[in-house]
Design a protein around this ligand. Structure first.
Ligand SMILES: NC(=O)c1ccc[n+]([C@@H]2O[C@H](COP(=O)([O-])OP(=O)(O)OC[C@H]3O[C@@H](n4cnc5c(N)ncnc54)[C@H](OP(=O)(O)O)[C@@H]3O)[C@@H](O)[C@H]2O)c1
Length: 330
């Protein structure tokens, strides 16, 4: 069967993108073929289009780390033809063709049946961004951070992960402070549940001090770099900072003082290698975290494959907001 796909090709350090018509022979190994109905844009999808990137591991590559649709063929009796499913993470869109195509073939161990109450489109509004927010909330809970402890700050708040984290934390009773570089999006962030919005520079304005004012009971950080160092300096005694991303840079320059003087915890989140049983269990409860009726607030745009190249460039230039959905199905 033929289908359209957004294809990234690397030649040395140069990267080309194009929408091409492919057939099933172009798909890579797997036990389950999925007619993809929806995908969504994640930051990693933009990274694989960057010249010189080391994120794309094969060429040509169909990016798209998130996909949802209907099983068209299956070697696994537990995943029947016609089942509505999603797949995300693992090698998808990096070293295995991903969701920016009308068809995908994936290992059965990557497949998650869609939870009751969520459509394929709903699942892609939530996608990796919502999954990251849920894992971040669990990390805060693991070290005993509760709504009574004080405000939680979310950095990169208008992004996919940031938007979902603001909303999820607010729905779980936390006072949420959103940190954003976009002055035009304060109403959006308040609408998601932020009690107030601060600028990006607010977190780094304490200069070279090793410890700053104790402001936050916790943080969900999508930015890394100087923002993460600033969060560590300004987290209260016994608080926790969850590191999820690197849009502000991968380097972290800090001292040990937040850890040995303030008892602050720095916690990682990884959504790529989450064991499939845990991923399926977390998705089965996703509609309780993100009810379908609340999801439209996160949707910035629906696009087709032809609009992807421009959308990915805009994402790297921090021009996006919330979730951009990619429509594949009829
Ligand atoms: N750990 C994991 O498993 C996991 C899972 C998903 C995503 N991630 C990572 O999390 C990060 C966010 O992903 P996403 O899909 O939410 O991306 P996104 O939608 O592009 O959002 C990123 C946000 O970061 C802020 N930002 C962008 N450039 C910045 C810069 N130069 N300095 C400071 N802030 C900047 C912007 O928010 P404001 O304009 O509001 O400040 C932007 O909206 C990425 O680094 C991604 O790779 C990790």
């Amino acid at each position: 069967m033929s289908f359209e796909a957004f294809v990234v090709t690397k030649e040395g350090e140069d990267v080309q993108t194009a929408v091409r018509s492919l057939d099933d022979d172009a798909l890579v190994d797997g036990d389950v073929v999925i007619d993809v109905a929806w995908s969504a844009v994640n930051y990693k999808d933009a990274m694989v289009t960057q010249p010189g990137n080391r994120v794309a591991r094969i060429s040509p590559l169909i990016p798209g780390a998130d996909l949802a649709g209907t099983v068209a063929a299956s070697d696994d009796p537990a995943i029947a033809v016609g089942t509505e499913v999603l797949a995300q993470g693992y090698d998808l869109g990096v070293s295995h063709h991903g969701g920016f195509a009308g068809r995908a073939r994936v290992p059965t161990g990557w497949v998650v049946p869609l939870p009751v109450g969520l459509s394929a489109r709903d699942a892609m509004v939530i996608g990796i961004a919502g999954f990251t927010a849920v894992l971040s909330l669990a990390r805060l809970a693991q070290v005993g951070v509760t709504p009574g402890d004080g405000p939680i700050v979310v950095t990169g708040a208008t992004g996919g992960v940031g938007s979902m984290a603001v909303s999820l934390l607010a729905r779980h009773g936390f006072e949420v402070v959103a940190s954003s570089g976009k002055a035009s999006e304060h109403d959006y962030l308040r609408g998601l549940g932020a009690s107030r919005v601060i600028g990006r520079e607010d977190l780094t304005s304490d200069g070279a001090r090793v410890l700053g004012e104790e402001r936050w009971a916790g943080a969900v950080d999508c930015v890394g770099g100087a923002a993460l160092a600033g969060l560590l300096r300004s987290t209260r005694y016994g608080g926790a900072v969850v590191a999820t991303g690197l849009t502000g840079g991968p380097a972290l320059e800090t001292t040990v003082y937040p850890f040995i003087v303030r008892h602050v915890a720095l916690l990682g989140v990884d959504t790529v290698s989450t064991p499939i049983d845990e991923r399926r269990a977390l998705w089965s409860e996703m509609a309780t975290h993100f009810p379908a009726a609340t999801l439209e607030a996160f949707v910035a745009r629906e696009i087709g494959l032809g609009q992807l190249a421009g959308t990915l460039d805009a994402m790297l230039a921090s021009q996006g907001r919330g979730r951009t959905l990619v429509r594949l199905g009829g």
